[in-house]
Design a protein around this ligand. Structure first.
Ligand SMILES: Cc1cc2nc3c(=O)[nH]c(=O)nc-3n(C[C@H](O)[C@H](O)[C@H](O)COP(=O)(O)OP(=O)(O)OC[C@H]3O[C@@H](n4cnc5c(N)ncnc54)[C@H](O)[C@@H]3O)c2cc1C
Ligand code: FES
Ligand code: FES
Length: 1352
C-alpha cells in the first residue's frame, strides 16, 4: 500500500479561500500544511500532541442532515489534512489583520495586555473566537473552559481572562459593584470613582463584537454537500494510504480487508502514537463520513449514541436530555456530563469520538469506568453481522485492548436511564484540575430497593489502577444485599484496598497515592449516597460531612499602581500603562518568530541524535543507513567541527558533540541533515550508536554527596559566629527540604537558522536567544573564524526564562557547522520532547538546615547546606550556587548566619539558568526553616517572620548596607490589603468546622538583588538613528522575549526625544548594530539598556538644540530635516557603564547587587485532604518596583513570574527512569499552570511613593523577584496540611518537599485512608530521591517523547 498511486483531490477552504491538494499525504497534519505549504505561520506549533493549544484553529462543517453549520476549535497539530475534505478552516489570519481590521478578540487580548512573548496568543485568540461563533453571549465559565487547553508560560492568564471577559454580559460579573452596574462593561462603582484609580486598559475604547462581520461558510461547500453524491476518497502518501468510505457497508468491507488498520476519527489517540511512538500504519480508514456512526435514537430505556459522535456532541446531547427528563432518570447522564467537563480540553473534546475513547481502552479513560458502572453496552458490526456487548470488565481486556475483534466496528453506545433508587457518581483526580489525564478516575453506581438502604446492585469501576479499566468486583460483592451503613462500608474499604493492588513498580508510579485515592473517592461516593438517601427520607443518620467541590468562581481582580504626575506631558509615555508594542502583531499572528522565516532555496533541516545511555563509552557510530534514506544529505559529527569542539566554563569542558563518552541520556552525539524535517527525523532514527556502559552513574543528590561528585568551587559564607551562638539558644531544630527542578517550557522551542552569505565565510544567524553576542562568539570559535563574520539577528523570542543562553549557543554552534560544511542554510527547531530532553532546566536542590532560636521567636543562629543537582556539565551551576548563598538571609536579620553551597555533578542533562537563578530554591529553604521555628513554638509563622525581619539601616551577611524600609512597607501593606489577620481567623474557624477540607493562608516576603554580581556584565549600548522623515530606529542590546523591553525602550526614547512612541521603531536586536552585548537576564535588561538608549537620545536631542532654538515652534520633522541640511549627524550610540559590582568569596564580602526589589505576597488555599487537590482562593501581592516605567508590563511580569513560581512549588514535576531517562517530555506528562490554576482572586499592588536612585527614572528590575512569591501557595498548602494533621493528632514541624503536588499534600495530611494504605517507601524514582524501581517499560524509545498514558 505504500507505493504511491493517483489519489483523489482534497478540497478544503482556508480563511474563505478554496484550496485543492492533489497529493494530500495522510501523514500531513493541518499545522504543517498551513505553515509550510500555505505560509500561514500565525498558527504556531509548540508541543505537536494536542497538549498546549498553540496550534488552535476553527473548523466549520456543513451538516446536510440538519442543514446546519457547526464551528469548533481544534488542535491543528492532531488534525490530519485528509480528514478536512469539505471543511472550512479559519486561522488567526482569517479573522482579522492589522492591514484591514483586527477582530475584537484580537484587540481585547492585546489591549488587556494578554500577550507577552505572544507565542500562545494566536491559539488563545482562536479558542475564544470559536467560542464566540457558537455563543456570542459568554459566561466566565464558558471562557475558562474554552481556554483550559491553551497554555501560556508568560502571563499568568489573568490579563487574557480580563480581556476576554469583556465579552461576558453577566449582570453579577463584578461582585464589588453590586446592583446592575457592570465593571465588565466599563461601568463604575459609584463608591469608587473611576478617575481616581488608573486602569490598565480602557474598556470604552474596545471595538464592539459584530457577528455579522464574520467570514461566511463557503456556499460552495454547502452546494458540494447537498448536490454531489458522496464518493469514497483515497489519498496516498509516501508511506500511508487513507481511505474514507461513505457507507456503512463499504466501511465494513474495508475493515474486513484491512483488519489491523485503525479507524481514525479524532486522531487524538492514533496521532500521538504515530508522532511520538513512531508507530507506522500503512493504511488508515476514516469513517467520519459514514452517517450511521453519528445517529442518535431514544428508547424508553435510554439513548443510543453514534460511536462517531465527538465528546462535545455527546455532552451537549446529554445536557439536553437532562433538561427533558426527571432527575432520577438522568443520574448516569449527569455523571457523564461531569466527566466530559474536564476530560482533555475543549479542542480535544471537539474532535475525539466516543467510540475512539472506548476502543482506545486507555487505562486512564474517564468515560469507560462510568459507562461500565452505568451498565452501558455497545452495538458492533462486522462482515459477520451485528452484535451487542455490555461494556464491562470482560470488554476491557488489557492495555489499549478491548474484546473487539480486529475487523469489528463500534456503531453506537447505549446509555441507559437510571432508575429510582439508583445513584451514579463520576469522580476523578488529576495532577492538574483541567486538561490533564486522571491519576485515578472512577464510575460508581449503587441501586437500592425501594425505600430501603439495602443495596440491590452496585458497580465500582476504576481507571488508573491497572493496565485498563478495572472493576472492584470483590468489593461490590461485600456490599450487595447489605445495608449501606458504616459496618458494610468499613468492610468494603478493606476489601477495596486488598483488591486494587498496584505493584511498587507499576507504570506511572504514585502507587500509595493511587491506592489511597480509590478509598478517598469511594468515601466521597459514600457521602454523596448518604446525602441522597437522607433527601429521600430513607435514612435519618447524621451525615459525617457534606462534601462540596472546591470553590471555582473567578472573582474580578485588582491592579493598583500610581498615576503619573499631573504635570507630565501627554506624549511622555513613561510611567503609563502601554500595550506591548507587538501585541497586535501577536494577536493577529503577524509577529514573526524564528521558525516563521520563510525557507530559503536549498535549505536543510537539522535533527540531533542523542545518547540513550547515562554514562557510557561510545564504541561505534554507524550512520551508513541514515545516509541512504530519502532526503538525507549529511551527518555532522565532532570530526566536522573546524574550530573548538568544546565550550569551556569554570575550567570544565562541554563537548558540542560527544566523541568517546556520553555523560547523560540526551547528550548530543551527531546531527542529521536532510531536505525536510520529516526526512531528517527518519535519518536520525536510523543512526546506530553502540555503547559500553560505564559503572556507577550518579543521578541523585544523595548519590553525589556519597561519592563527593561536585563541581568546584564550592562556596561558603558566614556572618557572626554560628557555632558559638548555637550554645546560647533556647531551642535547636534541624530540618531539610527538597525542591524539584523545573522545565523552562518556553512556548517557542529552541529555534535557529544559520545562513551562509556565500563569501568570505560570513554567516547570518537568526536565532531565538537571550544573548546574541554569546551565539556570535560561540559560532566564531566553533568555525574558527572572526566574530565579525557572524551576524546574529534576534527579532523576538517566544519565551526564554533563562533557557536560551548557554544551551542555545551549543545548538547554534552545531547548526553552524552544518551550514559551513554544506554551504547551505540550515534550520534547527527542536520538538518539544527533544527540547525537554536535551536542554535541562532549573536545578533541583536539597537544603539542610540547623536553626537556633529563643522562645520569644528570635532566631539567633542558622546554618544552611545547599546541594544543587547540576547534571553532567557545569554550565552556570557554580554561579547559581553563589546566588543561593547571597540570598541566604532573604528578609531576615539573623545575627549568626552560615551557608555552604555546592553544585553536584550527576549523569543527568546539565541544568542551567532559570528565572530567579537559584534564588527560588535557596529562599524556599530559608522560609521553610522559619515555618519550622513557628511550628516548634506553636506560633503563627507570620509572627516569626515579623520578629526576625530587617528593620532600620541594615547590613547583609556579605556586608552590604541597605535600607529595608520598603520591605517593611510592602509587608504592612500586604497584611492590610489582604486583610490577613481577619482571614487568618476565618481560616482557623473553617478548619475547625471541616474535617476533609482545610484552608491554609501564608504571607511571604522576598528581597531580591538586582544586577549581575559579575561587574563587567553591567554595561549596555544602544544605537539610535533618526531618519529624515522624523522616524526613529532604536537598537539596543536587550532581546525581546515577552518582558516588554522594546516597549519600555520606546517609552524611554519618547521621553528623551520628546516625541510620541508612534515615531519610534525597534526592529530587532543584532550584533552588527550593537556589538558586545550582555545577556538579557538578571532582571537587569531595562536598567542597563534603558540607560544606554537614554544616553544616545540625550546626545541626539542635544545635537538638535541649536536648530530647536532657531525655530522653537517648528515640528520634530522640520528640525530633523533642518539638521540634515546643517550636516548634523542624526545617528548616535549610547553607552551605560553600570555599577562595578563584585563579590569576594574569600573575604565573604562584596557589593554584588545595585539594589533590592522587595515584595510580599499573601495567598489562601482550600485543600481537599482526600485527594490533595487545592484551589487558590485569593492572592494579594504588594511589590516595590520604585516608579514603574510601564505598570501594565510590570504587573504582567509580576503575575507571570508568580505563576511560574506557583508551577515550580506546587505542580511541575520532572520524572526520570532508573536509567536516567527523562519521562516527562511534553505537556501530557509535565503540567505547567493552566487557566484553572489562576487564583480565584488575584490582586497586585505596586507600592506607592517608592523611588530608586540606582535605576532609570527611579524604576526597579522586576523580571525575576516575584517568582519566589509563588511559594506563598506552597506555604498555604503546608498550613492547610498542618491543620489536617492536627486532626489526626500530628503536631509540630514535618517534612514537606516541593512541589506540593496533590500526591505530597494528600500523603502528608495522613488521613485515616492514607494510614490504611501500607506506606511503602516512595517508589517513584526522582533525581533527588533514592533510586528505586520504576521500570522503563512504557518508554522504551528515546525518540518517543509524548505519551498519554499513566504518567499524565
Ligand atoms: C491532549 C490529550 C488529552 C486527553 N485527555 C483525556 C482525558 O483527560 N481523559 C480521557 O479519557 N481521555 C483523554 N484523552 C484521550 C482521548 O479522549 C482519546 O484519545 C479519544 O477519545 C479517542 O478518540 P478519537 O476519535 O480521537 O480516536 P482515534 O485516535 O481516531 O482512534 C483511536 C482508536 O480507536 C479506534 N476506533 C475509533 N473509532 C472506532 C469505532 N467506531 N470502532 C472501533 N474502533 C474505533 C481506532 O481504530 C483507534 O485504534 C486525551 C487525548 C489527548 C490527545
Ligand atoms: S502544538 Fe498543537 S496542541 Fe500543542
Ligand atoms: S505570552 Fe503566552 S506564552 Fe508567552
Amino acid at each position: 500500500m505504500s507505493a504511491k498511486t493517483e489519489g483523489d483531490t482534497l478540497c478544503v477552504f482556508i480563511n474563505g479561500k478554496k484550496v485543492t491538494e492533489n497529493h494530500a499525504d495522510p501523514e500531513t497534519m493541518l499545522v504543517s500544511f498551513l505553515r509550510e505549504k500555505l505560509r500561514l505561520t500565525g498558527t504556531k506549533s509548540s508541543c505537536g500532541g494536542g497538549g498546549c493549544g498553540a496550534c488552535t484553529v476553527m473548523v466549520s462543517r456543513y451538516q446536510p442532515a440538519t442543514k446546519t453549520i457547526i464551528h469548533y476549535s481544534a488542535n491543528s497539530c492532531l488534525l490530519p489534512l485528509c480528514q478536512l475534505h469539505g471543511a472550512a478552516v479559519t486561522t488567526v489570519e482569517g479573522i482579522g489583520s492589522s492591514k484591514t481590521r483586527i477582530h475584537p478578540v484580537q484587540e481585547r487580548i492585546a489591549k488587556a495586555h494578554g500577550s507577552q512573548c505572544g507565542f500562545c496568543t494566536p491559539g488563545m485568540v482562536m479558542s475564544v473566537y470559536a467560542l464566540l461563533r457558537n455563543k456570542p453571549q459568554l459566561t466566565i465559565e464558558d471562557l475558562t473552559q474554552a481556554l483550559a487547553g491553551n497554555l501560556c508560560r508568560c502571563t499568568g492568564y489573568r490579563p487574557i481572562v480580563d480581556g476576554c471577559r469583556t465579552f461576558c454580559q453577566e449582570a453579577n460579573c463584578c461582585r464589588s459593584n453590586g446592583g446592575t452596574n457592570c465593571c465588565l462593561n466599563g461601568e463604575t462603582n459609584p463608591d469608587q470613582p473611576e478617575d481616581e484609580k488608573p486602569q490598565l486598559f480602557d474598556k470604552e475604547e474596545l471595538l464592539p463584537l459584530d457577528p455579522t462581520q464574520e467570514l461566511i461558510f463557503p456556499p460552495e461547500l454547502i452546494l458540494m454537500a447537498q448536490t454531489s453524491k458522496p464518493q469514497t476518497l483515497r489519498f496516498y502518501g509516501e508511506r500511508m494510504t487513507w481511505v474514507s468510505p461513505v457507507s456503512l457497508e463499504e466501511l465494513v468491507q474495508i475493515r474486513t480487508r484491512y483488519p489491523g488498520a485503525p479507524l481514525v476519527m479524532g486522531n487524538t489517540n492514533i496521532g500521538p502514537d504515530i508522532k511520538f511512538k513512531g508507530v507506522l500504519h500503512p493504511m488508515i480508514i476514516s469513517p467520519s463520513r459514514v452517517q450511521e456512526l453519528f445517529e442518535v435514537s431514544q428508547t424508553p430505556q435510554g439513548v443510543w449514541v453514534g460511536a462517531g459522535s465527538s465528546l462535545s456532541e455527546v455532552r451537549s446531547l446529554l445536557e439536553r436530555l437532562v433538561l427533558q427528563f426527571p432527575e432520577e432518570k438522568t443520574e448516569l447522564f449527569r455523571a457523564l456530563i461531569q466527566q466530559l467537563g474536564t476530560l482533555g480540553s475543549q479542542q480535544i473534546r471537539n474532535v475525539a469520538s466516543l467510540g475512539g475513547n472506548i476502543a482506545s481502552a486507555s487505562p486512564n479513560s474517564d468515560l469507560n469506568p462510568v459507562l461500565a458502572a452505568g451498565n452501558c453496552r455497545v452495538s458492533i458490526i462486522s462482515s459477520g453481522g451485528r452484535r451487542e456487548v455490555p461494556l464491562n470488565q470482560d470488554f476491557f481486556v488489557g492495555f489499549g485492548k478491548t474484546a473487539l475483534k480486529p475487523e469489528e466496528i463500534l456503531i453506537s453506545v447505549f446509555i441507559p436511564f437510571s432508575r429510582k433508587g439508583e445513584f451514579v457518581h463520576a469522580l476523578r483526580h488529576a495532577p492538574r484540575k483541567e486538561a490533564s489525564f486522571a491519576t485515578v478516575t472512577t464510575g460508581m453506581r449503587v441501586y437500592f430497593s425501594e425505600g430501603s438502604r439495602v443495596v440491590q446492585d452496585v458497580s465500582l469501576y476504576f481507571g488508573g489502577m491497572g493496565p485498563t479499566t478495572v472493576s472492584a468486583d470483590k468489593t461490590c460483592k461485600t456490599i450487595v444485599g447489605r445495608p449501606w451503613d458504616d459496618q458494610t462500608l468499613g468492610r468494603a474499604y478493606d476489601v477495596l484496598l486488598e483488591e486494587l493492588v498496584l505493584p511498587p513498580s507499576a507504570p506511572g508510579g504514585k502507587t500509595d497515592f493511587r491506592r489511597s485515592l480509590t478509598l478517598s473517592l469511594f468515601f466521597k461516593f459514600n457521602l454523596g449516597v448518604l446525602q441522597k438517601l437522607r433527601e429521600m427520607n430513607v435514612i435519618r443518620d447524621e451525615l459525617p460531612e457534606t462534601f462540596l467541590p472546591l470553590p471555582s468562581d473567578l472573582q474580578p481582580s485588582l491592579q493598583e499602581f500610581q498615576h503619573v504626575s499631573k504635570d507630565q506631558s501627554n506624549q511622555d509615555a513613561v510611567g503609563r500603562p502601554m500595550m506591548h508594542r507587538s501585541a497586535i502583531s501577536h494577536a493577529t499572528g503577524e509577529a514573526v518568530y524564528c521558525d516563521d522565516i520563510p525557507k530559503t532555496d536549498g535549505e536543510l533541516f537539522l535533527v540531533l541524535v542523542t545518547s540513550s545511555r547515562a554514562h557510557a563509552e561510545i564504541t561505534a557510530l554507524d550512520v551508513s543507513e541514515a545516509l541512504t534514506l530519502p532526503g538525507v544529505v549529511d551527518v555532522i559529527t565532532a570530526k566536522d567541527v573546524p574550530g573548538k569542539k568544546a565550550r569551556s566554563m569554570f575550567g570544565y569542558e562541554e563537548e558540542l558533540l560527544a566523541v568517546k563518552e556520553v555523560s547523560c541520556v540526551g547528550q548530543m552525539v551527531c546531527a542529521v541533515l536532510a531536505d525536510t524535517k520529516v526526512h531528517a527525523k527518519r535519518g536520525a532514527a536510523a543512526v546506530k550508536i553502540t555503547y559500553k556502559d560505564l559503572p556507577d552513574p550518579v543521578f541523585t543528590i544523595e548519590d553525589a554527596i556519597e561519592k563527593s561528585s561536585y563541581f568546584e568551587p564550592q562556596r561558603r559564607i558566614e556572618k557572626g559566629n554560628v557555632t558559638e551562638a548555637f550554645k546560647s539558644v533556647d531551642q535547636v531544630h534541624e530540618g531539610a527540604i527538597r525542591i524539584g527542578g523545573q522545565e523552562h517550557f518556553y512556548m517557542e522551542t529552541q529555534s535557529m537558522l544559520v545562513v551562509p552569505v556565500g563569501e568570505e565565510t560570513e554567516f547570518n544567524v537568526y536565532v531565538s536567544t537571550q544573548w546574541p553576542t554569546l551565539i556570535q562568539e560561540a559560532i566564531a570559535e566553533t568555525l574558527d573564524i572572526q566574530s565579525s563574520r557572524v551576524t546574529c539577528h534576534v527579532k523576538r523570542l517566544g519565551g526564554a526564562f533563562g533557557g536560551k543562553v548557554i544551551k542555545t549557543s551549543i545548538l547554534a554552534s552545531i547548526t553552524s557547522v552544518a551550514a559551513w560544511k554544506t554551504n547551505r542554510a540550515v534550520r534547527c527547531v527542536l520538538e518539544r520532547g527533544e527540547d525537554m530532553l536535551i536542554t535541562g532546566g532549573r536545578h533541583p536542590v536539597l537544603g539542610k538546615y540547623k536553626v537556633g532560636f529563643m522562645t520569644d521567636g528570635r532566631i539567633v543562629a542558622a546554618d544552611f547546606h545547599y546541594y544543587a543537582n547540576a547534571g553532567c556539565f557545569v554550565d552556570e551551576s557554580v554561579l547559581i550556587s553563589e546566588k543561593i548563598l547571597l540570598h541566604l538571609d532573604n528578609a531576615y536579620d539573623i545575627p549568626n548566619l552560615r551557608g555552604f553551597s555546592v553544585a553536584c555533578r550527576t549523569n543527568l542533562p546539565s541544568n542551567t539558568a532559570f528565572r530567579g537563578f537559584g534564588v527560588p530554591q535557596g529562599v524556599l529553604v530559608v522560609e521553610n526553616m522559619i515555618n519550622d521555628v513557628a511550628m516548634a513554638l506553636g506560633r503563627p509563622a507570620d509572627q516569626i517572620r515579623e520578629i526576625n525581619m530587617y528593620t532600620g539601616p541594615s547590613v547583609t551577611h556579605y556586608k552590604f548596607e541597605f535600607s529595608p524600609d520598603n520591605l517593611q512597607c510592602c509587608w504592612e501593606e500586604c497584611k492590610l490589603k489582604s486583610e490577613y489577620d481577619i482571614r487568618r481567623e476565618a481560616v482557623d474557624q473553617f478548619n475547625q468546622q471541616n474535617r476533609w477540607k482545610k484552608r491554609g493562608i501564608s504571607i511571604i516576603p522576598i528581597k531580591y538583588g538586582i544586577a549581575f554580581a559579575e561587574g563587567y556584565l553591567n554595561q549596555a549600548a544602544a544605537l539610535v538613528h533618526i531618519y529624515k522623515d522624523g522616524s526613529v530606529l532604536v537598537s539596543h542590546g536587550g532581546t525581546e522575549m515577552g518582558q516588554g523591553i522594546h516597549t519600555k525602550m520606546q517609552q524611554v526614547a519618547s521621553r528623551e526625544l520628546h516625541i510620541p512612541t508612534t515615531k519610534i521603531y525597534i526592529s530587532e536586536t543584532s550584533t552588527n548594530t550593537v556589538p558586545n552585548t550582555c545577556p538579557s537576564a538578571a532582571s537587569f535588561g531595562t536598567d542597563a539598556n534603558g540607560m544606554a538608549v537614554k544616553n544616545a537620545c540625550e546626545i541626539l536631542y542635544q545635537r538638535l538644540e541649536p536648530i530647536r532654538l532657531k525655530n522653537p515652534k517648528g515640528s520634530w520633522e522640520s528640525w530633523v530635516k533642518e539638521a540634515f541640511f546643517e550636516k548634523i549627524s542624526l545617528s548616535s550610540t549610547g553607552f551605560y557603564r553600570g555599577h562595578d559590582l563584585y563579590m569576594d568569596w574569600d573575604k565573604m564580602k562584596g557589593q554584588p547587587y545595585s539594589y533590592f526589589t522587595f515584595g510580599v505576597c499573601c495567598s489562601e488555599v482550600e485543600l481537599d485532604c482526600l485527594t490533595g487537590d487545592y484551589r487558590t482562593v485569593r492572592t494579594d501581592i504588594v511589590v516595590d518596583i520604585g516608579r514603574s516605567l510601564n505598570p501594565s508590563v510590570d504587573i504582567g511580569q509580576i503575575e507571570g513570574a508568580f505563576t511560574q513560581g506557583l508551577g515550580l512549588y506546587t505542580l511541575e514535576e520532572l520524572k526520570y527512569s532508573p536509567t536516567g531517562l527523562l519521562y516527562t517530555r511534553g505537556p501530557s506528562q509535565y503540567k505547567i499552570p493552566a487557566v484553572c490554576d489562576m487564583p480565584l482572586q488575584f490582586n497586585v499592588y505596586l507600592l506607592s511613593d517608592s523611588n530608586n536612585p540606582h535605576a532609570i527614572y527611579s524604576s526597579k528590575g522586576i523580571g525575576e523577584p516575584t517568582l519566589f512569591l509563588g511559594s506563598s501557595i506552597f506555604f498555604a498548602i503546608k498550613d492547610a496540611v498542618a491543620a489536617a494533621r492536627s486532626d489526626s493528632g500530628l503536631m509540630g514541624p514535618f517534612t514537606f518537599d516541593s512541589p506540593a503536588t496533590p500526591e505530597r499534600a494528600c500523603l502528608a495530611c495522613s488521613s485515616p485512608f492514607i494510614q490504611k494504605v501500607i506506606i511503602h517507601s516512595v517508589k517513584m524514582f526522582s533525581f533527588f530521591c533514592t533510586k528505586t524501581a520504576v521500570q522503563d517499560v512504557f518508554r522504551p524509545k528515546i525518540s518517543g517523547p509524548e505519551d498519554n498514558d499513566l504518567l499524565g
